[in-house]
Design a protein around this ligand. Sequence first.
Ligand code: MV4
Length: 468
Amino acid sequence: MFNKLLIANRGEIAVRIIRTCRRLGIRTVAVFSEADRDGMHVSMADEAYCIGPARPDLSYLNISNLLSVAHITKCDAIHPGYGFLSENPTFSEITQKCGFAFVGPSHRAIERMGQKSVARDLMHRSGVPILPGSPNSLENPDEAQEIANSIGYPVLIKASAGGGGRGMRLCENKDQFKNLFLNATGEAKSAFGDGRVYLEKYLAEPRHIEIQVFGDTFGNVLVLGERECSIQRRHQKLIEEAPSPAISDEIRKKMYETAIKAVKAIEYVNAGTIEFLLDKNGNFYFMEMNTRLQVEHPVTEMIWGIDMVELQLRIASGEKIPYAQEELHPRGWAIECRINAEDVTNNFTPSPGRITQFIVPGGPWVRVDSAAYPNYFVSPSYDSMIAKLIVWAPTRSEAINRMATALREFRIDGIKTTIPFQLFVMKNHDFADGLFSTKFVETNSPAFLAQYNPETPQNSLFMVSEGK
Ligand code: MV4
């Protein structure tokens, strides 16, 4: 196992990684930008070094600064967390060439899965179902139009270099196609420096279900079940849960077998996530593969009883996956709410600023992963997520109840947060019945806004004053 790990990240995920390292006796080196001097990861790590100004391209994305710190502090490994450089093939490659272990997959795996149309093609050839679509890199609009016509409308135009919804266009009929195609290629070119796009038959109101996988350097594969991630807005997840209330054991088994086939075919090493779109008839199709630890990994940890950061570190240091698939069984239900500093009455726009009061919920099977604390300043330079609230219970309805209780107990003053919306979802009947798709937030926002009164926040148990 490693002696010393550099964490090339900030916020709650840096804290999350440090916690596992402490338990395993691995020393930690934090890096921080000038905006993060007061960061919790800075005070929790054994050592911490400033690597540049607030701007991510000058600090958390600065590969030479990161590697210099790793070298000077004699680290033997680097964990990229999520976001930032976590899915940058060059970072994985240079890290390893400089003699450090990269806690993640090889640069080749990152490269292949980062090219969404290449990933689609590889998955298809490994026996993973995909939606009807086009091959890679369509350049000619007339040729693309013909393929779109043969797929049938509606068709999605997706950027090969994209992912997470960037550079995507929905085309409903053939008259719109040429315009949207030129739009999409132009946007992809300026956003990613790569204008290649591909086409896919559009699936209306799908569910987003993803499978957690691990591969080790000996070719062993482990599947840690699925996560249901359909409650999103603008391609940012708000609520995740495991297992999914939408799939039968039969579909679940098929999804797991498919995921195992895919991981074996691409000889994938470390933690990965295979994202599927599920239609109303129980058919699922490969969407993307994420080659990193994901924000929502705690719901998987809660039901499988496994520390996924520990597993990542063991695999990266050359150990075998220490469990056989047959000996692991998921238990109960877990839900996560991503608490963001956002204004729910203004289309979830970021609401950075100083947190004046921060009191976290507790009690049995309530977990808070956060790097925030009272008087912490939420910087406009970074992601607006300030905490993840995760609960576990034996059944889904008990988990929803536990989440609602914990959300009401969470007190965050000074900034606006998504808590009121998440509390609303916990009381929604369709959510309770497991009846929702990726359209849920859009569909339910008007009803939420109609009943929401910012003057009487529903979420604070601390507000009760009568009779005290
Ligand atoms: C789709 C789709 C429907 N049909 N592909 C959104 C992000 C990017 N990863 C791909 N996305 C989608 N791809 C086909 N063929 C619908 C979406 C989509 C979506 C997917 C998952 C979760 C939320 C979403 C919100 C809007 C669109």
